[in-house]
Each structure stands twice: as C-alpha cells, then as structure tokens.
Design a protein around this ligand. Structure first.
Ligand SMILES: Nc1ncnc2c1ncn2[C@@H]1O[C@H](COP(=O)(O)OP(=O)(O)O[C@H]2O[C@H](CO)[C@@H](O)[C@H](O)[C@H]2O)[C@@H](O)[C@H]1O
Length: 780
C-alpha cells in the first residue's frame, strides 16, 4: 500500500464537535471543531468522526489511504488522484487529472483562507496594541477607579483578613489592561483559527519529535490538562476536595469509544465522493471561545418565564457564530432527548454528600447538559418553590456541579476544559457560580483563564436571607463580606446577588433602559450601590427572540384547531383566521371588527396587573374583547376569574401556564397590553410585534427600548407607550390605539408590518454577548 505523499492534508469538520484522528501507529488524536490544520504527507492515515460529534470529515490528499486498523472508523474519502498513485488502472487517468485539478482548486481555497486568517491575526494584534496604548493613557483613570472601588472597601472592611482578595485587587491594578498579558493570551489561544498554518507548522517542528505523529503533543497536552485536575486535587483546600469522583477518566474514555459511529454510518460517509467546499471561518473569527450558560430553567424543558426562553435560545445564536456552547440546567423531569453520560460526581451541600449525574443532548449546535439529583427531580412546576433554605441548597448544588461541568462532561467525547472559557450565569439563582469560581478555584490558582459573566434578568429577586444563611453555601468565613448587605428594609442581611455582582468579571442586563434603571435607588432594589461601584462591568443587551419557535410562519401551535401559519405576505388573511380561531376556542363572539386585547404574564405586581384591573370598568364600556393568561399571586389569579365571571361576554381570564395558549393569544389578538411597573426587557412585546400584534406598553426598561411610539404624522413607530404607571395614562394610550384600529386601517396595517419586518432575532444580541465575553477574556 503506497504511503500518503505530496499535498498537504486538510481536514475540516462541520459545525459539530470534534474529529478523532488515527495515526498509523493507532494513536488517537483529537482536535476541537472549527480548526483547520495541516498535516504533512505520511503523518496521517485515517480519520474518523465521533458519533455525536463530527458529521462529516473530508480529506484532501494524494496518495493511498491505509486501511482502518481498529474500531469502526470512517475512512477518509480518497480523491481520485489517489487511485492514480495506487495504479488502479490507466483508464482512470483522465478522471485522475480532473481530480488533481479539483484538488489544486481546493488548495487555492485553503490558501485564500490562510490569507484571511493572517489578516485576522494582524487585526487582532492591532487591537491589542491599541488597547495597550489607550490603557497607558487611562492609567490615571484606573488609579482613581481603584480608589473609589467599593469592592476593595468591602474587603478591607472585613478586617483586612483576606489577603487573597487583596492580592487579586493588586493584580487587577497591575495587569487588567496589561499589554504583555493580552499578547501572551493571544499567543496561547489554542485554536488554530487564530494562527497561520506556517505558525502551526513551525510550532510542530519545535515541539513534536520527528518519530511522533503531529498533534500527539496536542493530545498529550489534553491528557495532561485533564490529569492536572487530579494532581491539583491533592493540594486543594478542603472545601474543594469534597468533590468525590465516582467515575474515572477511563470510564469517560470508554464512553467516548461507545459513541463512535457504527459501520453503517461509516459507510454512508465513505461512499459520498463529493469533497465539500472549505468552510469559511466562523463569524466570531479569532474570538471563538468555549461558553457555558448556566440557568435554573431552560425552555423547552423547563420554563416559568423569560429566563427559560433566553437560556433555550441565546446559546444557539452563540453557536451559530462559531463558539463551542454548552447550557447547564437542572434535570427536573425525565426529558426525552438528554442521555445519561455515565459521569457521577459528589458534592457537599449543608454537610451532606450529594451525588449528581450529568445528562447530555446535542441540539442545534449546542451541548445541553442537565444535572440530575434527587434534589431537582419533579420540581419542574415548583422551580423556585419550597422553603428558603431548600431553594438555597438546590442552587448551591447546582452551581457547584455546573462550575465543574467543563472538567467532567465529555460533550461529543471531549470535555471543554477551563481555558478560553467563559460562564454566563443568570439571575440570583446562579449568582453563586462566579463566587465559587473565584473562591474555590481562581483564588487557589485554578481556572485562571476562566471568566464569568452574570446576567441580570430581574434584580427584584436577589436570594436574600438572614446572615446565618452563609453557613449553607460552604465557603470559608472570609468570604462572608461579599454577601453582607445593609439596607433600610432588610437591615443587615445575606444577599447572593450582591456577591455575584461583585465577583463576576462582567455584568450584563437585558436592555439599555434597564441598565440605567438598576443604577437608581428605585430600580436597583438595594443593589444600586454595588452596581454603581462596578459600573464599568455593566452592559445592556436587548434580548432577541427565537425565530423558529416564535415565528407565525412556522409556529407549531398554529397548525390545528382553525389556526393557521402566516407571514408578512399573508398577514391580512392569516391573522384574522387566527383571531377567529382564538375567539372560538375561548367561546367569545366571533367578530373580526372588534378589537381583541391580550395580556400574558406572571401575575405579579411587576407586570402591572393592578393597572389593568383599574382600567377594566373603562374597557368594558368600549366594544372590545379581553383575554388574560397568567399564573402567580393567588389574589391576582382570583381577580382574573372574577373578571371573567363578571364580564362573561367580553373577558376571558385563563389562570394557568400554557405555552400553546400563549402562542395562540399572541397570534390571535390585535393588541397586547404590557403595563409593567418595571420590565428589564420583556419578551412578549417582541413576540407580539413578530406576529403583527400591536403592543401598548408602559415605557420602562426594555419596553421603552423596543416599542417606539406610533407617530401618525410620519407614519412611523411600532405601538403605543405611556410614561408612568398610571391608569389614566394607560387608558389614554389604549384609547388612541383602539381609535386607530377602528378609524385608520392603513396606519394600523403599517404598524403591524413595521413590527413584523424588524430583525428581532438573537443574532444581534449574540454578537454583543460575544463582545462582552471577549472583553472579559482579556481582563485580568
Ligand atoms: N401563564 C403563562 N403561560 C404561558 N407562558 C407564559 C405565561 N406567563 C408568562 N409566559 C411566558 O413567559 C415568558 C415571559 O417573559 P417576560 O420576558 O415577559 O417575563 P419575565 O418577567 O418572566 O422575565 C424576566 O426575564 C426576561 C428575560 O430576560 C426579561 O425579558 C423580563 O423583562 C424579566 O422580567 C414569555 O415567553 C411568556 O409567553
């Protein structure tokens, strides 16, 4: 069998996971997806895809591919030129030349890609040096920030006993904007995307002995990294070593083997003679990172509100940009897709050993990982319910297990590792994650290159309790000050959100308006002081919407019971059909001309349900219909039932949580009412606009950012807004809306169409999250 020779061997994976590479001496090598590397002739003979990972691997080479030696592997698809070399017949000569030509074309593309990559590297170097020079100029500002920084104040007020935290502050002072660190980081970025092929080659010459296959060094590094954990364990402080490993690395390796493709799959890959085009680099370019979003709920598996939607959709948009993305959520029920990975770990919660299992499912480019424990099981309808201590213990276990997910969970066969990694924690439930990352690991020299971003979806919920709650979270005493907060309402208390905000590398909130509001005494709910002290960390990024789930064109809930899918083109027939179907389903009179008003949301003072209640007498004097869907505070639920009872012909009050009904209301109503007292972002108004439903909103937070008021003179705007939480103002805005609906049909349709034409997808927001993640990465 002839050996591989001449042309470079280029392997590209599709957007999934990883490729396993087998050298002739059967060493198995791995590399992450989205890498483009070159092997020299003779160095590589086989390539295979891991079962849930790589969907296709393509090899370009001339020469004979040696046969598979072990396992069930994909053989590299030989290009026709290979046949020529192996001398299979002269009749192949013409074909072979074609194939050679094709190979040359491919090589040209590869070279073009190299040029692109070099260009990106040059830009990145420029960026780093511009950061450096602006940093030097800003040094005075930095110094003054350090003086003002209350984080240091908090630490020093702890009696000066925390040398570690102080040291960290020192290091922030000396190297946050440090040139050398940023450049070093740049040089050590593992992905070949950020390096030219020649650089990679040079590196190999330096590090790989000639008798070794390329990337053995890479592979060894991986193994070392993983085994480094166990070396660390011996020297870890006692609060970390509570982790009990019940499955060994060997188990994980075995697990990986199990996931290799069957022969059948192998053959499918092997019979396709087409060689795919070289894939363009990911949108994120050299900024490709490993990102792990951690949330207490994740749609469609678990959802009580907007957080679930965000956790289900933002990661997919980040993955579309090329990042390797994992979501970690508790496993509340027996979900169909996620499979037990066989990994078991133990964590201490309130002195008790708790074992968790990791379940995994790879969907739309994202690794969804669910943490299984008796503590979470069957809690899907009561995620934040139960005694305060019990909720706290659940979150402690969840955060402890989530922060180690990159070490233990072999997604597609390979763990994420803790380099080039950023966690995105969400709300107080996971605000312990940045604290644990710091206290357990970074303060002990571990996970030094891992960053944490904390997202505020709603600052009104903070994980407050008495100071004695500190005993549940299993941290050394000197971290207590991070959690202590004094305010006139609660006095001195324990506050998890406060600690998360102080320790996260960056903080994001879900709109620009809300980013401003949380700094005020009214909007910060007692945390405004901490937010102002850390204002440099804060960004506002408006949520997007999942354009597959919340799109009238594809909405699965509009496919039966008289509803219909519709688009901008079919708005004028599709939406009335949905309205009629909704009226029928709710047993309201089926009338196209009557304005149908909707409300969907948690029955909570935040959502301004009381304002609707006060406006009901006025509304009932109008010729309108009203449907309200919600669940929450028992008195407000009762109120909904009473409205329905009192105004049977006009009002429906649906008490309960029904995703299907929420979709159908969004499609079927003409107007969506959102009189929220505060609204960090709000998703329902975004969904409404995407469905040609006109929002009437209180102009706060994200509602003000996203609903531009209708201007009849310019025929612009997307809905109606009112500027204070006042029933009179709500009535005024709703009155104008109804009047326009009745009298100015053309203007109305214009508002609907403008709403539907917006790009509300997550892609814009994902790009901004990426900027935050990258800023955190280079922050020291
Ligand atoms: N009874 C019911 N039945 C079915 N579905 C229901 C329902 N009640 C609510 N929903 C759904 O839950 C979601 C609610 O999202 P919101 O953004 O309006 O609010 P929430 O206050 O929960 O989220 C917080 O986080 C999000 C995400 O960042 C911010 O937008 C928001 O301002 C902030 O308060 C929507 O998908 C809605 O359809």
């Amino acid at each position: 069998m002839a050996s591989i020779k001449s042309l470079p061997f280029v392997i590209e994976t599709k957007a999934e996971s990883s490729v396993l590479l087998h050298s002739e001496n059967s060493r198995r090598l791995r590399f992450p997806f989205f890498t483009h590397r070159r092997w020299r002739a003779g160095e590589v003979s086989l390539i295979s895809g891991s079962a849930s990972g790589c969907s296709q691997a393509v090899g370009l080479c001339s020469g004979q591919i040696s046969s598979c030696t072990k396992g069930q592997l994909w053989r590299v698809k030989p290009v026709r030129a290979i046949r020529k070399v192996s001398g299979e017949g002269v009749e192949d000569k013409g074909e072979s030349e074609d194939a050679l030509q094709a190979t040359i074309e491919k090589s040209k593309k590869v070279l073009a890609m190299q040029r692109d990559l070099l260009q990106q590297i040059a830009e990145r170097r420029k960026l780093v040096s511009s950061i450096t020079s602006s940093t030097v100029e800003d040094q005075e500002e930095v110094d003054s920030f350090e003086q003002e920084d209350s984080f240091s104040d908090v630490e020093s007020s702890s009696g000066g006993g925390n040398g570690t935290i102080e040291e960290q502050n020192d290091s922030i002072a000396s190297s946050t904007y440090g040139h050398s660190t940023a450049e070093k980081e740049l040089e050590t970025v593992p992905s070949a995307v950020s390096r030219s092929f020649s650089e990679i080659e040079k590196k190999h010459e330096e590090t790989v002995p000639l008798n070794k296959a390329p990337y053995e060094a890479e592979s060894t590094k991986h193994v070392n990294k993983t085994s480094a954990k166990s070396e660390w364990s011996d020297s870890l402080p006692s609060f970390i070593s509570t982790t009990v490993e019940t499955s060994s690395l060997k188990d994980e390796e075995e697990h990986v083997d199990l996931k290799e493709p069957s022969l059948q799959e192998v053959n499918v890959g092997a019979t396709d003679p087409t060689i795919e085009d070289v894939k363009p680099p990911p949108l994120a370019g050299p900024n490709v990172m490993n990102i792990i979003l951690v949330a207490a709920e994740c749609a469609p598996w678990s959802k009580t509100g907007g957080l679930g939607d965000v956790a289900g959709a933002l990661p997919k948009a980040l993955a579309r940009r090329g990042h390797r993305v994992m979501v970690v959520a508790p496993r509340y029920g027996n979900y169909a897709e996620p499979q037990d990975l066989g990994v078991r770990k133990g964590y201490k919660v309130d002195g008790q050993h708790m074992e968790v299992a990791y379940f995994h499912s790879y969907i739309d480019g994202v690794d969804f990982v669910f943490i299984d424990s008796p503590m979470f099981r069957h809690m899907e309808n009561n995620i934040y319910g139960g005694k305060r201590e019990d909720i706290l213990k659940r979150m402690v276990l969840f955060c402890k297990a989530a922060v180690e997910a990159p070490w233990h969970v072999p997604c597609g066969g390979i763990c994420y590792g803790d380099g080039n990694l950023a966690f995105i924690a969400n709300d107080w439930h996971t605000a312990l994650l940045p604290v644990y990352l710091k206290a357990y690991y970074r303060d002990n020299g571990l996970m030094l290159y891992t960053r944490s971003i904390l997202v505020i979806h709603n600052i009104a919920h903070q994980g407050r309790g008495p100071v004695s709650d500190f005993s549940f979270i299993d941290l050394p005493q000197h971290y207590l000050d991070l959690f202590k907060l004094y305010d006139p309402v609660g006095g001195e208390h324990f506050n998890i959100f406060a600690a998360g905000l102080k320790t996260a590398d960056r903080v994001v909130t879900v709109s620009h308006g809300y980013a401003w509001e949380v700094k005020t005494a009214e909007g910060g709910w007692g945390l405004h002081g901490i937010i102002n002290e850390n204002h440099w960390k804060l960004s506002g990024i408006v949520n997007g919407i999942d354009n597959k789930d919340w799109n009238p064109q594809y909405d699965v809930f509009l496919r039966s019971d008289g509803y219909t899918n519709y688009s901008l083109e079919t708005l004028e027939t599709g939406k009335p059909q949905c309205k009629a179907a909704l009226q029928k389903e709710l047993s309201l009179p089926i009338r196209e001309d009557v304005p149908l008003i909707g409300f969907i949301g948690r029955l909570d003072p935040q959502k301004g349900v009381d304002l609707i209640a006060q406006a009901i007498p006025w509304m009932m004097e109008q010729d309108v219909q009203l449907v309200m869907l919600g669940t929450g505070r028992p008195d407000l639920e009762q109120m909904l039932r009473e409205f329905e009872h009192q105004y049977r012909g006009k009002v429906r009050g649906w008490v309960g949580f029904s995703v299907e009904t929420a979709h159908r209301i969004t499609a079927g109503v003409d107007i969506l009412l959102m009189p929220s007292r505060f609204e960090p972002c709000g998703l329902n108004q975004l969904y409404a606009m995407n469905y040609g439903t006109v929002p009437v909103v209180h102009a706060v937070g994200g509602l003000r950012d996203t609903v531009h008021p209708f201007n009849p003179y310019e025929e612009s705007g997307l809905g109606w807004t009112f500027d204070s939480a006042d029933t009179g103002k709500l009535i005024h805005a709703l009155g104008n809306c109804i009047y326009t609906y009745r009298e100015y049909k053309q203007s109305w349709v214009g508002i609907q169409r403008r709403g539907m034409m917006q790009d509300l997808s997550w892609d814009n927001a994902a790009q901004k999250y990426e900027e935050v993640v990258v800023a955190a990465k280079y922050q020291w």
